[in-house]
Design a protein around this ligand. Structure first.
Ligand SMILES: Nc1nc2c(c(=O)[nH]1)N(C=O)[C@@H](CNc1ccc(C(=O)N[C@@H](CCC(=O)O)C(=O)O)cc1)CN2
Length: 430
């Protein structure tokens, strides 16, 4: 399978000036010679006439990318073609005739992983980089792609290996030859590592928040102007606005860039007692969103001071007074008018500060996916198990469980079953 030569369009669909086809695999050299004549110098853009037999396909820029110094680690090439359906399908036909086949989603990056060019955390970072919509997401993906998280986990695995070696020594040479401080030092080493993993896990989900986007929910009484606020923040009419209380029944979400951070803002049904079954379901959903939110904007209008939201910590709530064009906001409360736009700049600035506070990471590389959290949790639990173990043999086994959990994160050990999940979500051509 993996000795197939694969190809895919690396650029987007639709009208464009240039289309890049990328090809990787053992037949790349012979195929390029067949369509472009002799091989150009490695990694240098060269203009060539592409032919299939006597048929001229295009005049194109060609890159010859011999392995192992290539993205996939294999021989490969790129064709920078004039964009257009006829060129693309005729060149694809020529590639198939010469023994290549279309690539599966993520197959180029999967080959880069298989050939040891990148580890699994870096492969995930490439997917995140392509998906990134905001600057913060881009920076986080680039940091992980440069191997920041890999280095942290590799360093922990290295320390575990040393601890495990000392542990083996304790088992092989019981009592006699070894000074007592060997076991004490070993236990301190395990405790230190576990504490570092705890700190890494207790990061307020910063990396995951940046990657997924911060969830901000607008809640409050009917007719407080929640939908109007969503619309002005979104800069478009996403939610229906009327002067009738109870207009919003279902939650409506828009994605925003708040100071470089991705935020998903959700407008919810107004909270009140109601006989209307549909509105009641809307309110049930509103409460569900409020409880899940990273930040709640509690909107109200003077003089109807709201009761605190049940089940939401106060530090996660920003109380905002709307309709200041009708009634001024009391001292110390952020006032806005969704209709005149007064105070909106201050609200956006405050939201950006809150979001930055939620996502600010103290230097070290944050974990960014549930997969990472599960792996580190497993390793941390195994270390705790090792600290409690009554027998050296049991301690050794728990340390090996921790090692394997770390190894699966970078892809250094047994991840065959994981690869489909990681690479299947890529786009074709990556
Ligand atoms: N045209 C084009 N642009 C592209 C890519 C590509 O494949 N083709 N990339 C693909 O995703 C990204 C750049 N990433 C890359 C990472 C590694 C290598 C690579 O071949 N590295 C070799 C050789 C480096 C060199 O020229 O000396 C190496 O590290 O050994 C290429 C691209 C974004 N832009």
């Amino acid at each position: 399978m993996s000795d197939a030569t694969i190809f895919a369009r690396a650029t987007g669909a639709g009208r464009a000036a240039i289309t890049i086809l990328r090809v990787s695999g053992p037949k790349a050299g012979p195929i390029l010679e067949a369509i472009a004549g002799r091989l150009p110098p490695p990694r240098l853009a060269s203009l060539r006439t592409l032919r299939h037999g006597t048929d001229v396909l295009d005049h194109a820029v060609v890159l010859w990318l011999p392995g192992p110094r290539s993205y996939t680690g294999e021989d490969g090439f790129e064709l920078h073609l004039h964009a257009g359906p006829a060129i693309e399908h005729d060149v694809a036909d020529a590639l198939v005739t010469l023994g290549a086949r279309p690539a599966e989603p993520g197959e180029f990056t999967r080959r880069a992983f298989t050939h040891g060019r990148i580890d699994l955390l870096q492969a995930e970072a490439i997917a995140d980089l392509i998906e990134a919509e905001t600057s913060a997401q881009r920076r986080q993906a680039l940091t992980q792609g440069d191997g920041a998280l890999s280095r942290l986990y590799d360093d922990w695995a290295q320390r575990l290996r040393t601890i495990l070696a000392h542990q083996e020594a304790l088992i092989d040479f019981p009592d006699e030859d070894l000074p007592p401080e060997v076991e004490a030092r070993l236990l301190t080493g395990i405790a230190d590592l576990r504490a570092q993993m705890d700190a890494h896990l207790n990061d307020g989900h910063r990396g995951e928040l940046v990657r997924r986007g911060i969830s901000i929910v607008i809640a409050g009484a009917p007719n407080a102007g929640k939908s109007s606020l969503l619309n002005v923040l979104a800069g478009r009419d996403a939610a229906i606005v009327t002067d009738r209380a109870g207009t919003t029944r279902d939650a409506i979400s828009v994605t925003l860039d708040l100071g470089g951070q991705r935020a998903v803002i959700t407008d919810t049904a107004g909270l009140r007692e109601t006989e209307d079954a549909i509105e009641a379901e809307g309110i049930r959903r509103a409460m569900f969103h409020v409880k899940q939110a990273d930040l709640v904007v509690h909107l109200y209008t003077e003089p109807d001071r709201p009761a605190p939201l049940a089940d939401v910590p106060v530090e996660d709530v920003l109380t905002v007074c709307n309709k200041t064009d009708l009634h001024p906001a009391p001292d110390g409360v952020l006032g806005i008018s969704a209709t005149t736009g007064a105070g909106l700049g201050a609200l956006q600035a405050e939201l950006a500060i809150r979001v930055t506070r939620l996502t600010h990471s103290a230097g070290a590389a944050p974990l960014t996916r549930a997969r990472h959290r599960a792996g580190i949790t497993e390793a941390r639990d195994a270390l705790a198990e090792a600290e409690r173990a009554a027998w050296p043999e049991l301690r050794g086994e728990a340390l090996r469980v921790a090692m394997r959990a770390l190894g699966r994160l970078t892809g250094a050990v047994g991840v065959e079953d994981l690869l489909e999940a990681v690479f299947g979500s890529f786009c074709i051509g990556k």
